[in-house]
Design a protein around this ligand. Structure first.
Ligand SMILES: [Zn+2]
Length: 282
């Protein structure tokens, strides 16, 4: 009887820990002044908190909305979301739009607006209300945000948000920290564009710039330089294989060697990264 009880108890605690893993977990990281980063369950969000309420950058998955709201309530109880900026159209950055920002301005690139409008499954209450191409300034909570749409790189919908006075930037998915990036060639992404945009962004940074990446921990210029070096060196490896006449499958077989093994992750492993470089490099 005791053994049976122990077995049931063990089963219960196993399923409880499984539930904890599948429930959305969101944590808050202070960045600079009124700017915070929200990690977990989808792409990193940023929040600007103050008398105007919350400005959100990105919105994670829809099922993370309650966890996000809990974090917001801890930053400023009773305050409301007053606007939302989307860095691009991928689901792990926009699926929470309706749950977090229905009825307030939702700002995005023209292409994010177009792609989400074409997606019949996307909740209409979360569609961008205010789209643009080029540069746009957004001021709330005494903070000036400079929104700049990017030439095609991660997708053809990307924008970055500079907090110039705070020497801080949200790069969306132009930065995956110490991981192979997803470059969405099927949604207008470009390997050359990705490299060019990162170089242009680096030229605007100094050693104290804080970078909120789309995925990974709060970072700095040296982290982004390391990321760029990985992309350029692995691209050179794959281009050489291509020039030597290797097919895409043969390039995957050959691999990139030990140096880059730690950059592989669940979503973009070495094979997927080689295929992206092979298809996207000329
Ligand atoms: Zn993305």
């Amino acid at each position: 009887m005791f053994f049976r009880f122990a077995a049931v108890a063990a089963l219960c605690s196993a399923s409880l820990s499984l539930m904890a893993q599948t429930a959305a977990t969101v944590t808050t990281v202070p960045v600079a002044g009124p700017v915070y980063m929200l990690e977990g369950s989808g792409g990193n969000m940023a929040v600007v908190v103050g008398d105007d309420g919350f400005v959100l950058i990105d919105a994670k998955y829809a099922n993370a909305a309650d966890a996000v709201k809990q974090q917001l309530a801890q930053l400023k109880a009773g305050a409301k979301v007053n606007s939302l900026i989307n860095t691009h159209f991928h689901g792990d950055h926009v699926s929470g739009n309706a749950a977090l920002a229905a009825g307030v301005p939702i700002i995005a690139s023209d292409n994010t607006g177009k792609r989400l409008a074409q997606d019949s499954k996307f909740d209409r209450k979360g569609l961008p209300t205010d789209t643009f191409s080029g540069e746009k300034t957004w001021q709330r909570n005494g903070v000036t945000m400079q929104l700049i749409t990017q030439a095609p790189s991660h997708t053809d919908t990307d924008l970055v948000v500079w907090f110039k006075d705070l020497n801080t930037v949200h790069l969306g998915d132009l930065f995956f920290v110490d991981r192979f990036p997803f470059i969405d060639l099927k949604s207008g992404g470009s390997v050359a564009g990705y490299i060019n945009n990162i170089k242009a962004l680096l030229s605007k940074m100094d050693d104290k710039t804080q970078i909120i990446p789309g995925h990974g921990a709060l970072s700095d210029k040296a982290d982004l330089q390391r990321f760029l070096a990985m992309i350029e060196q692995t691209q050179a490896q794959v281009l050489l294989m291509k020039q030597q006449g290797l097919s895409e499958d043969q390039a995957v077989q050959k691999g990139l060697g030990k140096t880059w093994q730690s950059w592989s992750w669940q979503f973009i492993n070495e094979e997927k990264w080689i295929r992206t470089l092979y298809q996207g490099s000329h």
